[in-house]
Design a protein around this ligand. Sequence first.
Ligand SMILES: Nc1ncnc2c1ncn2[C@@H]1O[C@H](COP(=O)(O)OP(=O)(O)OP(=O)(O)O)[C@@H](O)[C@H]1O
Length: 257
Amino acid sequence: MVKGERIHYSHRQIPILKGVNVDLEYGEILAIIGPNGAGKSTLLNILSNELKSEQVDFKKLSFSNWDTLELSRHKAKFSQHFATDIPLTVEEVVIMGRYPYFSSEPDEADWSAAHAAMAEVEISELGKRPYNHLSGGEKQRVHLARVLAQLKNVIAHKLLLLDEPLNNLDVKHQHLVLDIIGKLVKQGNSVVLVLHDLNLAAQYAHKILLMKEGKVLSVGKPEEVMTTEFLSAAYGFPAQTFLHPETGKRLIFFGDK
Ligand SMILES: Nc1ncnc2c1ncn2[C@@H]1O[C@H](COP(=O)(O)OP(=O)(O)OP(=O)(O)O)[C@@H](O)[C@H]1O
């Protein structure tokens, strides 16, 4: 679905990404992890075409060959840098996700997509409330509903990119969002997300890409990447890994005590 080969990116001649390879299949969740400043958000911006790179293909076509409107029906991105002050109601913010589908007014299908997305992230009852009155976690779910509404269409193999989507969310809503992602990929869509919570990454992602200083330190299945050696080296802090007694998935603990 998305293939990037030897992605390089510099800002004012300072290299940020130094030859990163990414290969995302249909129906796959890829979690990008790594310490602060490793280049995770920059890589996500390149994979979403917010930063331009000729080294990335989306569905076997360079982004520059895609029609912009068509592309916005195939992929959507959630970013942490959403506006905290928007003088609109919650449902008016969510309906923005339908801009690729209507020119003047949203129709019934647009509203039904928006309302379905709001129900998924459990904000239906907030629909008429002013967005500005919501808590941080509620605002975050409004924007998640907006990007989910954007991808409600009959196109096969859509791509959802999420930059730290679980920040501000309580445990239940973190798992709610990860379950929504799980359902999306079961339908053949793909998800790339930047996560700081390594245990959630190990629990839900099919593939992990561990970054350090603009390079890929390791990529593969959680059990291949989330080893004591790789994690300690990436984060510069002693890591211990265990296996969940029932699921066999990795559990990660930092510290040497
Ligand atoms: N627009 C920019 N101008 C200057 N430097 C930038 C810019 N964007 C990114 N960088 C630098 O590139 C490096 C990688 O940044 P990036 O945001 O991709 O890291 P990250 O892994 O997502 O970090 P974090 O976990 O802290 O969010 C950092 O050193 C950052 O300062």
